[in-house]
Design a binder for this molecule. Structure first.
Ligand SMILES: [Zn+2]
Length: 172
């Protein structure tokens, strides 16, 4: 997709409702160098309401799937996401963000939502995400079990941490 389309020309919007549709694809996640997500396919529906006093309410509704590393075996896994988020925007002297209110420099009038749509996806990913039972990378599971057997008896927090460090190293 063309990232330029995610730069919304607020100044050019009519009063009332305007709707935008975007399809975030692998190229999008690659272009923004998304730290948590390697690939994905997410549909974004954006409804913007502009009032007469130049106040904007933006409702984002996002649904789709993203590839994220499994918590257990670190292989990519497909995670479905579904989220609705609201932003509000107004014009001012320069760009700033405060909670969910964005101030857009009035002389430009452009709100770039490239990162907002990504942040909303990340917020929608469950804290714990693992493959369906039996779908984890068997080689990683075997190594995990061997490490854990070798370390039984010193199963403190530090032992777990060093085990993960070892696994991450193997993964590289
Ligand atoms: Zn897994």
């Amino acid at each position: 997709m063309d990232l330029e389309t995610l730069k919304i020309d607020l100044k050019g919007l009519q009063e009332g409702l305007t709707t935008f549709e975007f399809d975030l694809d692998d190229a999008y996640f690659k272009a923004i160098e998304a730290p948590e997500v390697s690939q994905g396919s997410v549909h974004v529906s954006l409804r913007i309401v502009r009032t007469g006093d130049d106040f904007f309410t933006l409702d984002f509704s996002e649904t789709g799937t993203v590839m994220v590393p499994c918590d257990v075996c670190l292989d990519p896994m497909e995670q479905s996401v579904e989220t609705c988020q609201r932003l509000e925007a107004k014009f001012g002297n320069e760009y700033s963000e405060e909670d969910d209110l964005v101030t857009v420099a009035e002389n430009e009038g452009i709100l770039d939502v490239t990162w907002f749509v990504y942040e909303f996806i990340v917020l929608a990913i469950p804290v714990r995400h693992v493959h369906a039972p039996g779908k984890c990378n068997p080689a990683m599971i075997r190594m995990l079990e061997e490490h854990s057997a070798a370390r039984s008896g010193e199963e403190g927090e530090a032992a777990v941490d060093s085990r993960w460090a070892a696994l991450l190293k193997l993964k590289e």
